[in-house]
Design a protein around this ligand. Structure first.
Ligand code: 13P
Ligand code: SF4
Length: 300
């Protein structure tokens, strides 16, 4: 164990803290976490953590979700500037305007949205359950899906259903080009190709499956295939390699990086636990409103 890892273990004991981390953070950060997962898994973990202190290693909307689901815990986000540009593409004020103009529409928010936006919507979803959540909405309803137009378009095609799409996107996944996907696919004809549904529909068309990060990890673990082409943020490879030593993992080159996820470092966790910074602080009334669509998702 290195010096920083030892410090973190000691501080964690002293603060009675748990560390939750997303599959995209740096490998060394994943390695000090008590739990590593996708957005859905992390929401469930945060809800059931029962720990006085949660250190959340991911981007801001995830730390906010942890606080909303575990309001009695002190939730620390070591690097508050680690935001999600896609979440910021749907400002709450614009969502309120849409609602006023479309009072009958059902609003479905991908969890990659701010707490202020979640407080305005009917139900949340993650990439792991979006299809099921949308399919459960009566067919005669107009649905606004926000903020990810790619995830929305991918679900709409799968369900054969029209969705109103907010013009947001993940700049990291948008960088994956269908031509590159095709080239890698042709170079490895025996490999199973998995991509994230935040990729454009043109990229999803080239792949075998579009799955959440947790879904990809499970698929590779359980599959009998020996080679996989992986199309998502590069951080996923750390855990995937550890879990599948005998399998060939081929990055859909070049794999994009989410610069915000990479802001979480071991040093930032040490400071977070030492100085109890930076506490996620949301108004109780806002949390109550934002909790409803998340709870609906978790119950659905
Ligand atoms: P999942 O881990 O839920 O698939 O989400 C990916 C993502 O982009 C999180 O920001
Ligand atoms: Fe946001 Fe994309 Fe980074 Fe996920 S990978 S946090 S969606 S910018």
């Amino acid at each position: 164990m290195g010096r920083l890892e030892e410090q973190i273990a000691e501080l964690k004991r002293r603060r009675n803290a748990v560390i939750l981390a997303h599959n995209y953070v740096q490998g060394e950060v994943q390695d000090v976490a008590d739990f590593v997962g996708d957005s859905l898994e992390l929401s469930i973990k945060a809800k059931n953590a029962g720990a006085p202190v949660i250190v959340f290693c991911g981007v801001s909307f995830m730390a906010e979700t942890a606080k909303i689901l575990s309001p009695a815990s002190t939730v620390l986000h070591p690097v508050p500037s680690a935001g999600c540009p896609m979440a910021d593409m749907a400002p709450a004020e614009a969502v309120r305007r849409y609602k006023a103009e479309h009072p009958d529409a059902v609003l479905v928010a991908y969890v990659n949205s701010t707490a202020a936006v979640k407080a305005e919507v009917d139900v949340c979803c993650t990439s792991g359950n979006a299809e099921r959540i949308v399919a459960a909405i009566p067919a005669d309803k107009t649905i606004l899906f926000l903020p990810d137009q790619n995830l929305g378009a991918n679900i709409a095609r799968k369900l054969g259903r029209k969705l109103e799409l907010w013009p947001g996107f993940c700049p990291t996944h948008n960088r994956i080009m269908p031509e590159a996907a095709q080239r890698v696919r042709e170079a490895h004809p025996g490999a199973v190709m998995l991509v994230h549904p935040e990729c454009t529909p043109a990229v999803v068309d080239v792949a075998d499956h579009a799955l959440s990060t947790g879904g990809m990890l499970k698929f590779v673990r359980e599959s009998d295939a020996r080679a996989f082409i992986i199309g998502t943020e590069c951080g996923i490879l750390h855990r995937m390699r550890k879990e599948n030593p005998g399998k060939e993992l081929i990055p859909l080159a070049p794999l994009p990086t989410c610069p915000n996820m990479k802001k979480l470092t071991l040093e930032s966790i040490v400071d977070s636990l030492e100085f109890m910074q930076f506490e996620v602080d949301l108004a109780p009334e806002l949390m109550d409103r934002a909790r409803l669509p998340i709870e609906r998702m978790l119950a659905g």
